[in-house]
Design a protein around this ligand. Structure first.
Ligand code: AMP
Ligand code: ZN
Ligand code: FE
Ligand code: FE
Length: 267
């Protein structure tokens, strides 16, 4: 039996709908699942009660402007909070601005795509992966990852800095919506931040994550013990064929997932 508290659907840059995502999780024996789309909880409107056997934990992943990979997971939030939606909507609009600037930069290097080419709806959180998918389709690379490193990451010709909230505002927003704040994939910001220092602003830390090495995991676990943090596990699942397609990664282990009952049972 697995736990996976970090997944994305078509409501952001995942490729599965909510129903498909849940049925994939069930097929892979995930018993605790959170759908953590970027800057949106719109997916939770599509949830119905046909969930027997799987426990869904409300979630969201907020991208900060501090760093491309400083992301905050919020669990147990009230997904129907209107003040939460006001903020998320604003950040989604800023993402549209960022994507437009990226498209302008691509034009300057002779790659002509438009907003209309992107596979998104009004409800969807737009991001670089949507641009990457078009670039792959047009033959500019073989995978999302490939075109990211050619064009879309810092130092590459079409890079634009993130425009989301700063760390403090993101944390306050999750708390105001009644949620727990978890530092997402700390391994991705090693070197840019002192993790032990940073994580003291949070309720917990995503210790188990596919890209984390065993020495990272050991260190994050000891930091979590020291500050009595919540320990979570998630894969950043984006769907089959996305290069982030692992669902059944972490076998549920309550002893190792320190304080996890706070997330599973709510406050
Ligand atoms: P954005 O939200 O526009 O900054 O894009 C970040 C999103 O792109 C995150 O959801 C990541 O899952 C995805 N992403 C980041 N780096 C890569 C990469 N190298 N290859 C594929 N997807 C990536
Ligand atoms: Zn994503
Ligand atoms: Fe993330
Ligand atoms: Fe993610």
């Amino acid at each position: 039996m697995y736990i996976n508290l970090h997944t994305h659907s078509v409501f952001s840059d995942g490729i599965l709908g909510i129903k498909e995502l849940i049925s994939e999780a069930k097929k892979r024996n995930v018993i605790y699942l959170s759908i953590t789309d970027h800057d949106t909880v719109n997916g939770y409107r599509d949830l119905n009660s046909e969930l027997n056997g799987i426990h869904i934990i409300n979630g969201v992943e907020i991208s900060t402007r501090n760093h491309d990979y400083l992301h905050i997971l919020g669990y147990g939030i009230d997904v129907f909070s209107s003040s939460l939606e006001v903020k998320l909507k604003l950040w989604r609009e800023r993402r549209l601005e960022r994507v437009s600037q990226i498209i302008d930069k691509l034009k300057k290097i002779g790659i002509d795509i438009s907003l209309d080419d992107l596979d998104v709806s009004l409800l969807t959180t737009i991001g670089r992966p949507h641009i990457a998918d078009v670039l792959v389709k047009r033959g500019y690379g073989s995978t999302r990852n490939d075109v990211f490193y050619k064009y879309l990451v810092e130092g590459k010709p079409a890079y634009v800095s993130p425009m989301g909230p700063d760390l403090k505002e993101a944390i306050e927003t999750i708390k105001d919506a009644g949620g727990f704040t978890i530092l997402a994939h700390p391994g991705s910001i090693e070197g840019a931040f002192d993790i032990e220092e940073l994580v003291r602003n949070f309720d917990g830390i995503e210790v188990f994550y596919p890209a984390h090495t065993s020495s990272m995991i050991k260190r994050y676990l000891s930091i979590a013990k020291k500050y009595n943090l919540i320990v979570t596990a998630g894969t950043d699942y984006h769907g089959p064929g996305t290069t982030r397609d692992l669902m059944d990664y972490y076998i549920f282990d309550k002893e190792e997932l320190l304080n996890i009952e706070r997330v599973i049972n709510g406050r």
